[in-house]
Design a protein around this ligand. Structure first.
Ligand code: DX5
Ligand code: ZN
Length: 218
């Protein structure tokens, strides 16, 4: 079970300190890039990834919510991204996944809550991570959509049936309660923004999510 704090909910003026506040409870850092086109919101881009790279050794899990990810892959890889995840909804998936791999990054593919798993199945033999969105992308702090748990279970079944080993990650509205439900459904990586960084003690919050997830699995 891995915990990926989403820095979208952190204090951007004190990002380095806020990341340290999660301490050893962070297994990777989730970095949300939003361009104001694919989603209405604007967040951060590769310059912030370059700064994070100097501040931490944690795996930088970059989720591109942008209309033209192909224009940004080189910059994210050069900045130090470990993994890059693109949305199947923007198209050109074949070439984007190949380019991410060629850049030496782990390959991630994601889909919106309304997009069926069948849209990504043909690419799953080439991904390291399948990110299942549990809110419509664009903003932190939204409520978890429980119906996506069926998609998680279908993805786990598909992976078992085809003998693949990609990790299944979930993103949006994750806290101890929803994280436990996701873990029970078979998720490997829990992304949590608000539940960690808006908590008075981010490390304790992350530990609580991990413990709830582990309990749900046992
Ligand atoms: C949503 C982002 C998420 C977001 C999660 O568009 O992709 O990663 O930061 O935030 P919470 O955990 O607050 O829902
Ligand atoms: Zn995200």
């Amino acid at each position: 079970m891995k915990i990926a704090p989403s820095i979208l909910a952190a204090d951007f003026a004190h990002l380095g300190d806020h990341i340290k506040a999660v301490g050893s409870e962070a297994d990777l850092l989730h970095v949300d890039a939003m361009d104001g086109h694919y989603v209405p919101n604007i967040s951060i881009g590769s310059p912030v990834v370059a700064s994070l790279r100097k501040a931490t050794d944690l795996y930088l899990d970059c989720h591109l919510m942008v209309a033209n990810p192909g224009d940004l892959l080189d910059a994210f890889a050069a900045a130090g991204a470990d993994g890059i995840t693109v949305h199947v909804e923007v198209g050109d998936t074949d070439s984007l996944l190949r380019r991410i791999a060629d850049l030496g990054c782990k390959v991630g593919l994601t889909l919106e809550p309304a997009t069926p798993l069948s849209e990504v199945e043909k690419f799953l033999d080439r991904v390291d991570t399948l990110l299942i969105m549990s809110v419509k992308t664009g903003f932190g702090g939204q409520s978890f959509i429980p119906e996506v748990l069926d998609k998680v279970k279908s993805a786990v079944a598909w992976r078992d049936h085809h003998g693949r080993s990609f990790e299944i990650e979930i993103d949006g509205g994750i806290n101890a309660e929803t994280g436990a439900a996701a873990a029970a459904a078979g998720v490997d990586i829990l992304v949590a923004g608000t539940a960690i960084f808006a908590a008075p003690d981010p490390q304790a919050a992350a530990r609580g999510i991990r413990q709830a997830a582990l309990d749900a699995r046992s």
